[in-house]
Design a binder for this molecule. Structure first.
Ligand code: GLU
Length: 441
């Protein structure tokens, strides 16, 4: 059975980059009727925060990316200890005592001699007495996994065949001196124990994968299929790493981006499939093909989310926005007409508030000097009584006769005087909704 996982570390809010990972894993599981696990990678007690665990869940729920199960690495430390023991028994795990300064010196020497800065495995030569002495002096060492120095190969769902020469990779530290299990080991143990069949994650994990494949083999686990999606860049190809903080899902939500707009973009961006607005998850699932994604960095422009959001909102029936409209204080009997009038002129739901304010309080008139007389003449012709759907047509016909103006010359000054805007909804619908007309003077 297809099983995928989204495995964020709860050290911050999730952003568009993480969302891509979450969404791809979600869609693969959903397409096959499989299991989507939310795995909280919280083995680092200092950096992991409970508030981020909650925030991650809220953000995924906002998007409708519901998980079948939550797992927490901090609750599985015994399992990682067992796996570490197995690796030790196989002779694939060794304790090393170099300080960061010593390691740095070694690296510099290797680089000076034109060699790759790969850990020299000096610790393998230590006998028990030397280890005891070092432990007494420096405390517990770190535990490194002894890589097979060969080529490690796999077929990546996005990059195709990948081959990494692990002779050029340092034996990875999997357990720190203070006993903290590091992600690489924990992740492999989890993927194996939880029957994860597909691992989709960012391209920054490609080298890691070679190591993980070797650990999976050593522990006798079943190999999942790997796919590494490209990293997102800004619209000009610039790195997004510093800006991702401002591209958190919370920020986007606050800016009024709609979940389906975000999902529609992220489920196709960087693939050969066109980005089109999808209005429900089933449509997103149906058209999703991980093999259609390219390996090149993917340009992401936050501005693309707004036309999709507008498109989504504009097609909504009144029921879907009724609460929001009521929340603005729009009287119930005006709600339907208000929505019909404004829907095609909003980008986000926040724009509704702006229109309601104009209708309720009246807009400060915008009147160009050359139109002042014309507007005054027109206002004198505007009936005092209640205005309806016919009023605009009748009024502008009368104004046209009285002033000789027509077309844009006639309509634009009136729109600006009544709404304070150059653009907006059909004026024949706006007029009856205006509770106050400041331009009457
Ligand atoms: N916690 C890891 C990360 O956020 C998970 C990587 C993975 O999917 O294996 O980078």
């Amino acid at each position: 059975m297809t099983t995928t996982r989204f495995a964020p570390s709860p050290t911050g809010y999730i952003h568009v980059g993480n969302l891509r990972t979450a969404l791809m894993n979600y869609l693969i599981a959903a397409r096959d009727g499989g299991t989507f696990i939310l795995r909280i990678d919280d083995t680092d007690p200092e950096r992991s925060k409970e508030e981020y665990v909650d925030a991650i869940k809220q953000d995924l729920e906002w998007l409708g990316l519901y998980w079948d199960r939550v797992e927490r690495q901090s609750e599985r430390l015994d399992r990682y200890a067992d796996a570490a023991k197995d690796l030790r028994m196989m002779g694939r795990f060794y304790e090393a005592f170099e300080t960061p300064v010593e390691l740095d010196l070694k690296r510099k020497k290797q680089l000076n001699m034109g060699n790759p800065p790969v850990y020299d495995r000096a610790a393998l030569a230590l006998d028990e007495a030397e280890k005891d002495r070092l432990r007494a002096e420096r405390g517990n060492g770190v535990w490194r996994f002894k890589l097979d120095q060969t080529r490690t190969e796999w077929h990546d769902g996005i990059h195709g065949d990948i081959s990494i020469d692990t002779a050029s990779v340092s034996d990875p530290v999997l357990i720190r001196g203070d006993g903290q299990v590091l992600y690489t080991l924990a992740s492999v143990v989890d993927d194996t124990d939880m029957g994860v069949t597909h691992v989709v994650r960012g391209a920054d994990h490609v080298t890691n994968t070679a190591t993980q494949i070797q650990i999976i083999k050593a522990l006798g686990g079943k190999m999942p299929e790997f796919a590494h999606h490209s990293l997102l860049t800004g619209p000009q190809g610039e790195s997004l790493s510093k800006r991702l903080g401002t591209l958190s899902l919370r920020d986007l939500r606050e800016q009024g981006v709609e979940p389906m707009a975000l999902l529609s973009l992220m489920a196709r961006l960087g693939s050969s499939d066109p980005v089109e607005l999808r209005t429900n998850m089933a449509e997103l699932i149906a058209g999703f093909e991980i093999g259609h994604f390219g390996a090149a960095p993917t340009k992401f422009d936050v501005a693309d989310l707004f036309p999709l959001t507008a498109h989504y909102l504009q097609a909504l029936p009144l029921e879907a926005v009724a609460d929001r409209i009521a929340g603005l204080g729009v009287p119930k009997e005006l709600a339907a007409e208000f929505w019909e009038t404004t829907r095609s002129n909003i980008t986000t739901l926040d724009d509704l508030a702006g229109w309601w304010k104009i209708f309720r309080d009246g807009a400060d008139p915008v009147i160009d000097a050359e139109d002042a007389e014309f507007v005054a003449q027109a206002m004198a012709l505007l009936p005092e009584g209640p205005l309806d759907g016919e009023s605009w047509g009748a009024w502008t016909t009368a104004v046209k006769q009285a002033t000789g103006r027509k077309g844009r010359e006639l309509f634009m000054p009136l729109r600006k005087a009544l709404t304070g805007q150059e653009h907006g909804p059909d004026m024949s619908r706006v007029l009856p909704l205006l509770q106050v007309i400041k331009a009457r003077g």
